[in-house]
Ligand binder design. Structure first.
Ligand SMILES: CC(C)(COP(=O)(O)OP(=O)(O)OC[C@H]1O[C@@H](n2cnc3c(N)ncnc32)[C@H](O)[C@@H]1OP(=O)(O)O)[C@@H](O)C(=O)NCCC(=O)NCCS
Length: 147
């Protein structure tokens, strides 16, 4: 069974392991440790039994939030885990009356772009040569209805 919970320090070694299976430049354990104390950040992990298989998080300021990263271990992809983490982020946004959830994604990252579209994100911007390797960024936003 997949469960989602808040990131804790004890999860950090799993995060490093997950990052090794991803193409992006990972954050260092020290950077993640700092995030645990960041009052505007929320990070979640996905677990199967006791194993952490994915993580994702966002920062929020003044009723808007931005996803900073989301990654699933390569052996556990296409099982709906990233979708569950995004659902949890949306729930947290609702709890804090945050109505806009933003993100940026590499233009070549088709899998992630498909995931975000499926989760209701819409492209609302484009940044040319945004990444270190000059790759373009797609900006996307999900509007969240606050009950
Ligand atoms: C992108 C990523 C987070 C998706 O995680 P995931 O747990 O596999 O995603 P889900 O299982 O929730 O996928 C939901 C839907 O997104 C789309 N999707 C996800 N990965 C896809 C892929 N590789 N190719 C095409 N569509 C994809 C599909 O529509 C999928 O639904 P389906 O499986 O029923 O067809 C994962 O591939 C990953 O960690 N990649 C490396 C890190 C990364 O690129 N992070 C994003 C940075 S912006």
């Amino acid at each position: 069974m997949i469960t989602i919970e808040y990131l804790k320090e004890e999860h950090l070694p799993f995060i490093e392991e997950i990052d090794l299976t991803c193409p992006h430049k990972p954050w260092s354990p020290a950077e993640f440790k700092k995030e645990l104390e960041n009052p505007i950040a929320s990070y979640f992990v996905a677990k199967i039994d006791d194993k952490v298989v994915g993580y994702g998080g966002f920062w929020w300021v003044m009723f808007e939030a931005e996803i900073t990263n989301i990654a699933i271990h390569k052996d556990y992809r296409r099982m709906g885990i990233a979708s569950k983490i995004i659902d949890k982020m949306v729930e947290k946004c609702k709890d804090t009356s945050t109505s806009l959830l933003h993100l940026e994604v590499r233009e070549s990252n088709e899998g992630a772009i498909n995931l975000y579209k499926k989760m209701g994100f819409v492209q609302d911007g484009f940044r040319k040569n945004y990444y270190n390797n000059k790759e373009n960024a797609i900006l996307m936003t999900k509007e969240i209805k606050i009950d």
